[in-house]
Each structure stands twice: as structure tokens, then as C-alpha cells.
Design a protein around this ligand. Structure first.
Ligand SMILES: Cc1cc2nc3c(=O)[nH]c(=O)nc-3n(C[C@H](O)[C@H](O)[C@H](O)COP(=O)(O)OP(=O)(O)OC[C@H]3O[C@@H](n4cnc5c(N)ncnc54)[C@H](O)[C@@H]3O)c2cc1C
Ligand SMILES: Cc1cc2nc3c(=O)[nH]c(=O)nc-3n(C[C@H](O)[C@H](O)[C@H](O)COP(=O)(O)O)c2cc1C
Length: 780
């Protein structure tokens, strides 16, 4: 095969040598505009796992890499004046120039022709090639030339960074986060050879401008940073190599191949440096493409197989990198945190690194986090939590007004569509009772409607008839008598989504064909195009709805509920006022956010007045409409939370979406938690987070990192109402209350959990990639 490769970076060279190694008959040319030794950048990093993969792909290259890398295991974060270390983050660093020299030599020894100092400006050199590879980096010529096929998009991120080096050696991968008179700066420093360290400095755009770095030459940048980092550099200089300030471009392409052309590495996709190097990804692409050719001889099949094999992995990496770079973009938010929490937030910024994951790497580090957390709970909430043998964060108590919850797990409100004329029955008793027995700290009822016409469906539960009070009282009494859980009632009016079908009888939000009733909303807009047209509420309607909420709150108190939650999310009545997508009013209840919040706040105030002062009120909101560039977003949600806080809301239950049929939600693990974090830290109010939280490990991570105070789990509780009891067993938390009737299971469950933990650790150890130091020994 005749293969022409544009770009002699890591992707192009590695692909060339792997293909030549697989079949010496391939005629392979690499075009590279630079000479063999002129390159940018300093060190690149590889994890244990990447190195193990390199060993499999080409042992000769691997041996050369392994002979030259610098290894570290610890991460050290220096935040303000503190230093916190965590072990178990095995990584190897290698100079970019060294790496390129290794790849160049290996490729040439196999017979690859490298045409240095050849700048490709048209497609003539590729004529007659069976395969054309665009391994030409960030500003790829091939990608741009055929952009209508590859369909690239470039998202320029907010922070500014510069890539430098220094001769100062650091043992661990060192992060130095501290401010100067202009603002905050973030250094990532890692050793890649004896006396050679990569030194990346990142800062916020405003700080960069304030410091005059937007106008600084390379020399002026270095002078400024050497002055600032004199204490850390201890007399060492900063080194430059095309070290200009940049914004990170996140490159994506709808397609990575077209005809006989394919993109590799940065040309196809970029992965921000804070979760690992683009070099590793570029080389893994090269290995994947070479693999695809080992399986498929025809070019189109091989290219399709390569893209198929890499898409999901690159998607995951790019999404982790985006979350990680957002941590830096939003880092000013974290400045009020204790160093322990700041560092834990940083360590767990990508979803893959959790409390338990960190514990497996370094038990002592997580034990220190547990002790610090227990101390914080003692000090701020006045609980007698043991600091010497602290429970994991999920099993620490939480207080709101006079309400005390035993742990951080909440059963999220879930409609059961099983009531008749709003009346809860045995289903609700068994369902909610089972959840309470299962150990959650707080159990919410489903959305319980304040009027008959405010029900979503005919099966929805209500608190609008006097008879409802006793039926609810029976459930509340059971929960209080038979468990340590507290129970809350979610109060709502369905608004534009009222009078719709029970989901399993014809789909969610579908209008009733028979037995329907007139509905009201902020504006006369049906939720579904074919939905019932609601009446835009007039003042009399508002008075009625407000009074219905107040009556329901009084009855909830009579029934003995510990907390109420006002439902201002998901497009129901109060939510329909808040989002501009469904509120087109021109009176004082429409227009600005203040105006749109006027009626929801009026309801809140009236309910707060009626609900006993020692009992808290939660408010559930949709923190985003998920409609790009329109409607509610995270910043506006902070505004909403601030207003609710000023009116006396105790906690915000941060949900998202379901307010517009145009929404494009971005799902994933804990996908709504970033909104909870933003609201909690920027509005300064406790939050409940919800949405695809499935493990106690995630709850620990979220709570300890300050992303929420409580975690609500909905669907996981339907599958396993006792998930809190199981989590307690998993952590060996013997203080968890089990119902007397179930006590005989407690010790067995705890013993089995301990055994399972032991087996999992053994399995992980066995499956673990070989540590880089071992690999290095093997290479020598
Ligand atoms: C300034 C800077 C510093 C960096 N430093 C580091 C670092 O220290 N560590 C790290 O891990 N990552 C670093 N990166 C990121 C890393 O370089 C990339 O993610 C990685 O190199 C991608 O490999 P690649 O082979 O896809 O592209 P590249 O390494 O960019 O290689 C592309 C090659 O194609 C050549 N080329 C491009 N267009 C043409 C053309 N028209 N004709 C001929 N040749 C052409 C280029 O000269 C280049 O050699 C840095 C990036 C930048 C921009
Ligand atoms: C069966 C079911 C019914 C739900 N009913 C309600 C409800 O009554 N009120 C509400 O605010 N959210 C309701 N939700 C949303 C959940 O409370 C929760 O926000 C959502 O399911 C995401 O959490 P999860 O990923 O843990 O399931 C419901 C979810 C499910 C699965």
C-alpha cells in the first residue's frame, strides 16, 4: 500500500512505524514542515496503562521510551500556603523532543521515508496514494482542505495558558494554585527528565489582562512569572519554546475519514492537558488505525473500523477533559473552601475519580478527608460525629432548622399514578414505607397536588380534600414509628401539564381524550403542540392557586410531615412562570426574571407563613431548560436560588429540564450536579442534587467536594429500596439503624459486603496495568 502522511508528530510517526512494521512492503512517506529537532512543548505524560499498550504495539519503541522517562506516583497540590499529597497516581514523563527522536529513528530504521522541512500547501504530493493520513495537528491542512466532509468545530475555552519549562525538579506531579495582586494563577508542573520540568501556567482572562500579560512578549511573560514564582523556583529559570499565551481549542469533527483520507490525533480531536497529554491520545489513535488495518485490508473498511473503535473512547476523554477544564474556568468559586475540600474538589473534578477510587490509590489521603469532614460537620452543624473513627461523608447527619437527617441520601419524589381522586392508599404505604425502612435519611412523597384540577393525571396523589389528611397521616406515622427516616411532601400544581394520561396508558404529557378538565398556566401555550390549550392565569386564578398551596401546607403539617418541598421545576405551574420559554406575559408576572419569579415567590411566602417556623421548606427548580442560548441556564438558576433564599427557602433541590419540548439534555453520570454545585457555592444556600446518581461512592464524592449537601436518588430506589442499608454494610458502618425485624440480616450483610470488598480489591490488583517502574525494569 502507498501511504502518505502529512505531519511528523507523534501520531504520524507512530502510525508510519506500526504500519511498516506490520508489512515492510508498504511504501510510506511522512511529510513534516519542521526539521527533526525543532519542536515546541516540553514534556509529555503517559499513564501506566498507556505504557502497557505501547509495549503491546511495538516493543522496540516502548523500550526506548521506558529507558528515558521520569516517573512519579504522587500528586501534590499547593493551595495558598498548604500542601496536600495523594499517592497512587502513577505517571511517566518524557521530553517531546526525545519522544520524536525515538519515533523518527525507529520509523527510519524500518524504512519509512521522512521528508523534513516540507511544508504541504496543496494535495499534489498525495496523488496516487492509497491512503492519505492527516496527522498534521491542531491546524490540520488536510482537515481544513476537506472541511465540508470532516465538518470540524472548534470551541475556544475561557482560560489563558502558557507552556513553559524549568530546570527546577519536583518530586510529585505538582499543582501550585495561588493568587497575586492581579488574581489567581494555576501551575501544573511535572518532571520529564533529570532537571527538566514542564511548567504550564493557567489563569482567568480578566487576571491575564489585569496583569498586562495580554500585551506581554515571551520575555516579559517569563519575567513576570519568574518574579511571581520566585519562592517555588528557588533560583531556577523558566524556559521558553514558542511559549505564547493561548486559549485551549477543543477540536471535534463530525467525521474522521473521507474517501481514502483519515484524521489522527489533534487534527481529529483535542483533549485538554489537565487530564493527560494529547500526545498519548494521538499515539493511541495511531495504534488503533494500525490495528484496523491488521483486521481489514480494504481502506474504506479499515477507516470505518478505526473511527468506530475510537469514537466512544475519545468522546469520553473529551467529556472528562471538558469537565476538568471547567473546574479551572470556575475555580474562583472554590476559594472559600478549606484546603482539604478544595483539594478533594480538584482531585475528583472528573467523574471517573471518586472517593473510593482515591481511597484505593491512597487510603491515608481519604482517611484524612474523612477526619476533616467529620470535624467540619461537628463544628458547623453541632453533631457529635467521631473524628477519630469517622464515618464516610454519606453517613454524617445534616440539619435544616429543627429537622435532623441521619444521612445524606434522599428518596427523590416519584409519581406513582396509583391514587384515586388524590387519595393515597396501600400502594403508597408500602412504597414509601419500604423506602423509609431501607435507611434513606429523607423520603419524599411523589408530586402531591394542591387541587383536583392541578393533577397531572387521574392517578396523581393529592392534598386537596380533608380526607387526604388521615390517609397521609397513616403513612407518616408508619415512617416515624418504624424507621429513622424523615418524610417530606412535595406540593405541586401541574399547570400546562395537567389533564394528561398516565404514562403506561398512553405516554407522558399526552392530553387526556376522555374525562379531561380545563387547565391553567402562566401563558396560553400548550406543552405539546397537540396538547390542551391552557388558560393564561388571571389574578383570581393566582389567588386560588396560592390559597390551595397554603391549605395543602397546613394539612401537610396536620398529617405530621417533617419538611415540604414546593415544586417549581419540570414545566409544572410555578415552573411555567419561571422559564421565559413558557411565560410570555406582558404584565408584572412576565418579562424579567424578577417579574417571572413574582408569583412563585408569592406562593412561597404564603406557604412559609402557614408552615411551622421550626420546619424547613425545600424548593425544586429546573436549573436549566437545556435549550441552547435561550431560557434558564446555570447563571439564572443562581439568581432564582438567591431570590428563594432571601424569602426563607432552606434548601434548593436542583433538578433540570422538562420545561420545553425543544430541550436537548446532556445526560451522563451525576449530570445535574454541576448546577447544584454552582448554586450552592454562588448563591450560598444548601442544595439537594439529583440525576443519575447511583452509588454511595458518588454521594460521598459529591458531599465531600461541596457539590451538594444531600443527594436524591429516584430510579435506583425503585430497584433497591434498601440501598442505604447496603451502602452502610459496604462501608462497615455498624451504626446504621436497621429495623428490629430485619436485624438478623445486618451482620450477614456486613460480613458479605466485607468479603466482596476484599475480592474486588484482589481482582483489581490482578487486572491492574503493570506499574511503570516495573515496565521500566522490564525494558532494561
Ligand atoms: C505549544 C504547544 C505545546 C504543547 N506541549 C505539550 C507538552 O509539553 N506535552 C504534551 O503532552 N502535549 C503538548 N501539547 C499538545 C500536543 O502537542 C498534541 O496533543 C500532540 O502533539 C498531538 O500529536 P499530533 O501528532 O496529532 O500533532 P502534532 O504533534 O501537532 O504534530 C503535527 C505535525 O504536523 C506538522 N505539520 C502540520 N501541518 C503541516 C503541513 N501543512 N505540512 C507539513 N507538516 C505539517 C507539524 O509541524 C507537526 O510536527 C502542546 C501543544 C502546543 C500547541
Ligand atoms: C417514576 C418517576 C416518577 C417521578 N416523579 C417525580 C415527581 O413526582 N416529582 C419530581 O419532582 N420528580 C419526579 N421524578 C424525577 C425524579 O425525582 C428525579 O429527579 C429523576 O428521576 C432523576 O433522578 P434519578 O436519575 O435518580 O432517577 C420522577 C422520576 C421517576 C423515575
Amino acid at each position: 500500500m502507498k501511504i502518505a502522511i502529512n505531519g511528523g508528530g507523534p501520531a504520524g510517526l507512530y502510525f508510519a512505524l506500526l504500519m511498516k512494521k506490520a508489512d515492510r512492503r508498504h511504501d510510506i512517506v511522512v511529510y513534516e514542515r519542521n526539521g527533526p529537532d525543532d519542536t515546541f512543548g516540553f514534556g509529555v505524560v503517559f499513564s501506566d496503562e498507556t505504557l502497557s499498550n505501547f509495549m503491546g504495539a511495538d516493543e522496540a519503541t516502548f523500550r526506548e521510551i521506558a529507558r528515558n522517562f521520569a516517573y512519579w506516583d504522587d500528586i501534590e497540590v499547593r493551595y495558598k500556603d498548604e500542601r496536600i499529597r495523594a499517592r497512587g497516581h502513577g505517571f511517566a514523563g518524557l521530553g517531546r523532543k526525545k519522544l520524536l527522536n525515538i519515533l523518527q529513528a525507529r520509523a527510519e530504521s524500518l524504512g519509512v521515508r521522512i521528508r523534513y522541512r516540507t511544508d504541504i500547501t496543496d494535495m499534489r504530493p498525495f496523488e496516487g496514494a492509497d491512503l492519505v493520513v492527516g496527522a498534521d495537528g491542531l491546524n490540520s491542512f488536510i482537515r481544513e482542505r476537506f472541511k465540508e466532509h470532516f465538518k470540524p468545530a472548534i470551541d475556544m475555552r475561557k482560560t489563558k495558558f502558557v507552556w513553559l519549562g524549568t530546570t527546577k525538579a519536583f518530586g510529585p506531579f505538582t499543582f501550585i494554585f495561588r493568587p497575586n495582586e492581579h488574581g489567581w494563577f494555576y501551575v501544573h508542573a511535572y518532571r520529564y527528565a533529570e532537571g527538566q520540568t514542564t511548567w504550564i501556567v493557567e489563569t482567568h482572562e480578566e487576571t491575564w489582562r489585569r496583569a498586562g500579560l495580554d500585551k506581554a512578549s515571551e520575555e516579559e511573560t517569563v519575567a513576570y512569572l519568574e518574579r511571581m514564582y520566585a519562592p517555588e523556583l528557588e533560583g531556577h529559570r523558566l524556559l521558553t519554546n514558542k511559549s505564547i499565551w493561548r486559549s485551549f481549542p477543543v477540536v471535534t469533527n463530525e467525521k474522521w475519514h473521507h474517501g481514502n483520507m483519515v484524521l489522527l490525533g489533534d487534527a481529529a480531536h483535542t483533549v485538554q492537558f489537565s487530564i493527560g497529554s494529547g500526545t498519548k491520545v494521538a499515539m493511541e489513535d495511531a495504534a488503533a488505525l494500525a490495528d484496523a488495518f491488521a483486521q481489514h485490508h480494504a481502506v474504506p473498511e479499515a477507516l470505518a473500523a478505526y473511527e468506530e473503535a475510537r469514537r466512544a473512547e475519545i468522546g469520553r476523554l473529551q467529556s472528562s477533559a471538558l469537565i476538568s477544564l471547567k473546574w479551572y474556568e470556575n475555580a474562583l468559586r472554590y476559594n472559600d473552601m478549606d484546603p482539604q475540600q478544595y483539594v478533594f474538589s480538584f482531585m475528583s473534578r472528573t467523574k471517573g475519580v471518586t472517593y473510593e477510587n482515591l481511597k484505593l490509590r491512597d487510603n491515608d489521603y481519604v482517611a484524612a478527608v474523612d477526619r476533616w469532614w467529620a470535624g467540619k460537620v461537628r463544628q458547623e452543624q453541632g453533631f457529635d460525629v467521631p473524628v477519630d473513627k469517622p464515618p464516610p461523608p454519606v453517613f454524617t447527619p445534616f440539619r435544616l432548622r429543627d429537622l435532623v437527617l441521619a444521612n445524606r441520601i434522599v428518596v427523590s419524589p416519584m409519581c406513582q399514578y396509583s391514587a384515586e381522586d388524590g387519595m393515597p392508599n396501600d400502594w403508597h404505604l408500602v412504597h414509601l414505607g419500604g423506602m423509609a425502612v431501607g435507611g434513606a435519611g429523607l423520603v419524599f412523597t411523589e408530586m402531591t397536588d394542591v387541587s383536583r384540577e392541578g393533577r397531572i393525571t387521574t392517578g396523581c396523589a393529592g392534598m386537596y380534600k380533608k380526607e387526604h389528611v388521615a390517609a397521609w397521616r397513616r403513612i407518616v406515622d408508619f415512617v416515624h414509628a418504624r424507621s429513622k427516616a424523615k418524610i417530606g411532601m412535595q406540593l405541586a400544581h401541574a399547570g400546562q401539564k395537567a389533564a394528561t394520561k398516565i404514562p403506561w396508558q398512553g405516554g407522558s404529557d399526552e392530553p387526556l381524550e376522555e374525562g379531561t378538565w380545563p387547565i391553567v398556566a402562566a401563558s396560553a401555550i400548550p406543552y405539546l403542540p397537540h396538547g390542551q390549550m391552557p388558560k393564561a392565569m388571571d389574578r383570581a386564578d393566582m389567588d386560588k392557586v396560592r390559597d390551595d398551596f397554603v391549605r395543602a401546607a397546613r394539612w401537610a403539617e396536620e398529617a405530621g410531615f417533617d419538611i415540604i418541598e414546593l415544586h417549581m421545576a419540570h414545566g409544572y405551574l410555578l415552573s411555567s412562570f419561571i422559564t421565559p420559554l413558557s411565560n410570555l406575559r406582558r404584565d408584572e408576572y412576565g418579562g424579567t426574571l424578577e417579574n417571572r419569579m413574582r408569583f412563585p415567590l408569592e406562593v412561597f411566602d404564603a406557604v412559609r407563613e402557614a408552615w411551622p417556623a421550626p420546619k424547613p421548606i425545600s424548593v425544586r427548580i429546573s436549573a436549566t431548560d437545556w435549550v441552547d442560548g435561550e431560557g434558564i441556564d446555570g447563571d439564572q438558576a443562581v439568581g432564582i436560588a438567591r431570590m428563594l433564599k432571601a424569602h426563607g427557602a432552606d434548601i434548593i433541590d436542583v433538578s433540570a429540564g422538562q420545561t420545553s419540548t425543544r430541550a436537548k439534555p446532556v445526560y451522563g453520570r451525576m449530570f445535574q450536579t454541576p448546577f447544584s454545585e454552582q448554586i450552592r457555592l454562588e448563591a450560598g444556600i444548601p442544595t439537594i442534587t439529583v440525576g443519575n446518581i447511583t452509588t454511595a461512592d458518588q454521594v460521598n464524592t459529591i458531599v465531600a467536594a461541596g457539590r451538594a449537601d444531600l443527594c436524591a436518588l429516584a430510579r435506583p430506589h425503585l430497584a433497591d429500596p434498601h440501598l442505604t442499608l447496603e451502602a452502610a454494610a459496604h462501608y462497615g458502618y455498624a451504626e446504621q439503624a436497621w429495623p428490629n425485624q430485619y436485624l438478623t440480616s445486618k451482620s450477614q450483610t456486613m460480613r458479605l459486603a466485607a468479603e466482596k470488598n476484599r475480592q474486588e480489591i484482589e481482582l483489581r490488583e490482578a487486572a491492574k496495568a503493570r506499574p511503570v517502574e516495573e515496565l521500566k525494569d522490564a525494558a532494561e
